[in-house]
Ligand binder design. Structure first.
Ligand code: EPZ
Length: 421
């Protein structure tokens, strides 16, 4: 498997940009199924998750292809409502297709997307949302069979699930009548999906709050759209610069999407300056201070996707930090790998006690999930000597050529072909 070789000790310095957010592009791709005209999504990064989602669309009869930095999706010829098992198992995000496929074709046959390293990832909230909008849903032998004509209704989410909120929006936007989604997720990607749907003729109000109201429309018209920048990639680069004892300016980072992280970075001693709409500058020339407590939570709380990268920074904190992972039930796989580099981390259930150490040592470590892999890269930048970060295919799911972005900032990092190292 491919790996990164990293020689630690270099202070990062310079400017970076992150491009469109993976977790915005994926539901936008699913939304293309609702339109019979082509859609152009501009500035989309080359990520394997995005490529897999395009493959899912193609399996349903859509044309989906990359033209430079842009993705062109034409669902005019979409004809399939059966999601290929292999693809939907590989792609957790395939579940976002359920709402639009059902809306377009009146039926949908899906396979459970399955769990992953960070948790069971059930889809009960997605299914209950679709039932509230008129779908008949049967589950048998690992398959989900949906049918019926969607109509406006009241959806109440027991938990503000990002994916279930997006699925409900996609199911309701062309369903006859009024819909309301209560206890909706408030992540920035939700408002971005609403902006896109409204630009295409939809009537979605309240996205970004806990209550979203949708007035169904007969049809949507495809158009060009630029998704919002990737707050998780931006946060990862800020943490990498902080861990290296350097400085960075992330040009397209949106401060309002990163408030919880920026607050904790300041608590760790970083100097953080923000532009009004975009741009975050960070500088941290010393060992970070420990952060008493970090609890992940739905937006605007501390993002679960930045928990692992933050833990990497705090392994060298001056003191002891407590990190509690409240969103996913098993998202601490990176702790053991960080321990191989000399970190002192005690994990008990969803909580990790991180006792800062003066130095980390390079080691051979393995990424177990996307964000854990990014965390190991950050730790390797902080460590003395060379590290080997294996299984970078997981990192490529959510970071476009992360090694090139870090090398451009002065990191000594390179990608080793599979089997080397
Ligand atoms: C989205 O996943 C993101 N993925 C995740 O990013 C992110 O970590 C997560 O939201 C939380 O912010 C995409 O947007 C493609 P959830 P999603 O539904 O929608 C439970 C990354 O690294 N739940 O908000 O799957 C679930 O098990 C990825 O980029 C149910 O119980 O997250 C979890 O404990 C990882 N039943 C919690 O809710 C359901 O039907 C939050 O999940 C759905 C979810």
């Amino acid at each position: 498997m491919e790996a990164f070789s990293v020689v630690g000790g270099e202070r990062l310095s310079g400017e970076a940009r992150v491009g469109a957010a993976k977790n915005a592009v994926l539901p936008l791709l699913a939304a293309c199924l609702l339109m019979k005209e082509p859609v152009m999504l501009c500035g989309c990064p080359r990520l394997s998750d995005i490529a897999d989602m395009c493959a899912l669309l193609q399996s349903l009869g859509c044309r989906a292809q990359r033209e430079g930095e842009d993705l062109i999706v034409d669902a005019g010829g979409a004809c399939g409502c059966v999601m290929p098992e292999a693809l939907s198992k590989r792609m957790r995000s395939s579940i976002f297709m359920l709402g639009p496929v059902l809306s377009r074709f009146g039926q949908a046959v899906f396979t459970y997307p399955g769990g992953c390293e960070i948790g069971l990832r059930p889809v009960d909230l997605h299914l209950s949302a679709l039932r509230a909008l008129g779908a008949r849903v049967e589950e048998e032998r690992g398959h989900i069979l949906c049918r019926g004509t969607l109509r406006g209704g009241a959806v109440h989410l027991d938990y503000p699930s990002v994916g279930a909120t997006e699925n409900a929006m996609l199911a309701a936007v062309c369903a006859r009548g009024e819909s309301v989604i209560c206890n909706a997720a408030r992540e920035p990607e939700i408002a971005d999906l609403a902006r896109f749907l409204n630009a295409c003729g939809g009537r979605v109000r309240g996205a970004g709050t806990g209550t979203i109201r949708i007035e169904g429309v007969a049809r949507l018209t495809g158009r060009a759209y630029t998704p919002l920048p990737d707050r998780i990639c931006a946060g990862t680069l800020l943490l990498a610069a902080a861990g290296s004892g350097g400085e960075i300016y992330v040009r397209d980072a949106r401060p309002q999407d990163l408030t919880a992280l920026l607050h904790k970075l300041r608590e760790a001693g970083a100097e953080v300056k923000c532009g009004r709409e975009a741009g975050v500058h960070l500088r941290l020339r010393t060992r970070p201070r420990a952060v008493r407590r970090i609890e992940t939570a739905p937006f605007p709380g501390f993002a679960t996707d930045l928990q692992a990268p933050m833990m990497a920074l705090l392994t060298r904190g001056q003191g002891t930090s407590l990190i509690v992972e409240n969103v996913f039930e098993s998202r601490m796989s990176h702790a053991a790998e960080l321990g191989r580099m000399g970190a002192d981390i005690q994990v008990s259930g969803r909580a990790a006690v991180v006792r800062g150490v003066p130095r980390l040592s390079g080691a051979r470590v393995t990424a177990r999930d996307l964000r854990a892999g990014a965390a190991l890269c950050i730790a390797a930048l902080m460590a003395e000597g060379e590290s080997l970060v294996e299984n970078v295919a997981l990192i490529d799911r959510g970071y476009e050529r992360l090694e090139e972005k870090l090398a451009a900032l002065g990191a000594r990092i390179r990608r080793l072909p599979g089997g080397e190292g």
